[in-house]
Design a protein around this ligand. Structure first.
Ligand code: NAD
Length: 468
């Protein structure tokens, strides 16, 4: 006999196939025990300790086999995790989150990233090999939750480590789904149980337990300034990937139509959640009006006067601090929240402000783009440096003038600089180079990869093994 639940499931499936709606996130995963996810941080730590002891004897080829399986599962379940991330956090969009997971699957470096250095000569042979730290404690954000868990896992496992995560509490379900996915892949490849662990209910307390545990040899945090500061005060080796507020400078002599499209594409990617996304524009006054005009043809929606004030009050809680309910929301939703009916094609809210407006100075993580008109290139550079606040994170420029690009790059001193393209090219999306979701500006590792999670060990042989 067919029961009511089965009929309901079939009806839902038919409706989805007719409307083209993507399959829902696997609800069953909520009920079943997730691999590697424990009730307490103490249990998680002791499980990863056991797994790491076993993992020490695995070859590099075995590690690579595990990573290969993680890539396959990450690709296969990209859309499921994208759905889960959007529904749990209320931020971003499924389409772009799916692309981000695929990027992680395809372009996060594996064991090939680890290079041995050798010196040979009259006195023998000296090697420096990249060794694991042991167990790494990692803190992950709500903006790219499962992407960061999987990207970190690939790099950390490639380097031979075990990992314990304390994910963002607002994204714990999708983050822990990703922890389970990584463990499923490891087991399928014949690896140990619980090499990557986490806690069911991550809190500040569980984070402190993790940071203080003598088992944890390296800490890695991806998030805002609070978490990076906490990590750097821990007394342990730490990698801190902190906040950004990337400016875009638009020079004279550019193809304004292309530039407008590039900036809007980057700024609206996952509703502006990526820390590398365009957050404010400084355009030379000779191109600023044309640029705004072109932006309005490509999904921009211009707000002026009172509407800017209303939006400011909404997104900053009347100036008291970032309104988390607005972070990562679509431009149309933000406009509706202030009583404005958007156009059908609206993707990005555009406003013309002065350089010291909070929309310019604060990292909002919303598709709101202030465009500041500036009299000359030197002023654009000076204001961009100010708006980046010394984060050393990311900056963008659209210019055909090599001297200007060089001047800007030197002045910004950021970890990433994207020239004449959307911001996401900076992490290898539609561009050359590998990807990461942990960009360590404050501690200097830059775009982290397997080699960032190693320690260098030197091995010296005197007067032998040099064979020429
Ligand atoms: P967040 O700072 O709110 O949280 C990040 C993580 O840190 C969470 O797990 C949170 O619980 C934890 N945390 C926060 N304060 C802490 C403290 N004092 N001690 C211990 N743990 C603490 O970040 P979010 O809102 O989820 O993410 C957005 C922020 O992260 C933005 O500022 C963005 O620029 C930045 N970010 C940076 C990168 C990068 O690679 N540099 C990547 C993604 C996000």
């Amino acid at each position: 006999m067919v029961d009511e639940k089965s009929i309901q499931a079939v009806v839902e499936q038919v409706i989805r196939s007719m409307t083209g709606e993507a399959p829902k996130a696997a609800p069953a995963t909520q009920a079943k025990k997730l691999r590697g996810v424990f009730d307490t941080m103490e249990e998680a730590l002791s499980a990863v300790e056991k797994a790491y002891a076993e993992f020490r004897s695995y070859t590099r080829e075995q590690r690579e086999a595990m990573i290969g399986k993680i890539r396959i599962l990450c690709r296969a379940e990209a859309e499921t995790m994208a759905h889960m991330g959007v529904s749990e956090t209320g931020m971003g969009n499924v389409y772009h989150k799916t692309l981000k997971h695929r990027l992680v699957a395809d372009k996060t470096p594996g064991t090939e990233d680890l290079a041995t250095t050798a010196w040979s000569g009259d006195h023998g042979l000296t090697l420096v090999e990249m060794a694991p730290h042991g167990i790494i404690g990692a803190i992950t954000p709500s903006t790219n939750p499962s992407e960061t868990v999987i990207c970190n896992s690939i790099g950390m496992i490639a380097a031979g480590n075990g990992v314990v995560f304390n994910p963002h509490p607002n994204a714990k379900n999708v983050s822990n789904y990703a922890v389970d996915l990584v463990n499923r892949a490891i087991l399928e490849a014949g690896g140990p149980e619980n090499l990557v662990c986490s806690v069911k209910e991550p809190t500040m307390e569980s984070s402190n337990t993790m940071m203080k545990s003598p088992l944890v040899k390296l800490l890695v945090a991806t998030g805002g300034p609070g978490v990076v500061k906490a990590l750097l005060s821990s007394g342990k080796k730490a990698i801190g990937a902190g906040a950004g507020n990337p400016p875009v400078v638009v020079d004279e002599g550019v193809d304004v139509k292309k530039v407008a499209g590039d900036i809007i594409d980057g700024c609206t990617f996952d509703n502006n959640l990526p820390c590398i996304a365009e957050k404010e524009v400084f355009a030379l006054s000779s191109v600023a009006d044309d640029l705004v005009h072109e932006m309005l043809q490509q999904g921009g929606f211009l707000i002026e006067g009172e509407a800017i004030d209303k939006l400011y009050k909404l997104v900053t809680n009347e100036g008291k601090g970032l309104n988390r309910k607005c972070v990562g929301r679509h431009a149309k939703e933000l406009l509706q929240m202030i009583g404005i009916t958007p156009k059908e094609d609206t993707r990005c809210i555009i406003c013309q402000t002065d350089a010291h407006h909070p929309f310019v100075q604060e990292e909002l993580m919303m598709p709101i783009l202030p465009v500041v008109s500036v009299p000359d290139f030197d002023t654009a550079v000076a204001l961009a440096v100010e708006a980046e606040h010394g984060n050393r994170h990311t900056a963008h420029i659209h210019s055909k003038n090599v001297d200007h690009i060089t001047q800007y790059a030197r002045a910004m001193g950021t970890t990433i600089l994207v020239k004449n393209a959307p911001s996401y090219c900076g992490i290898g999306f539609n561009a050359e180079g590998y990807t990461t979701f942990t960009i360590a500006g404050p501690t200097g590792e830059g775009l982290t990869s397997a080699r960032s999670f190693t320690r260098a060990r030197r091995c010296v042989m005197v007067d032998a093994l040099n064979i020429v």
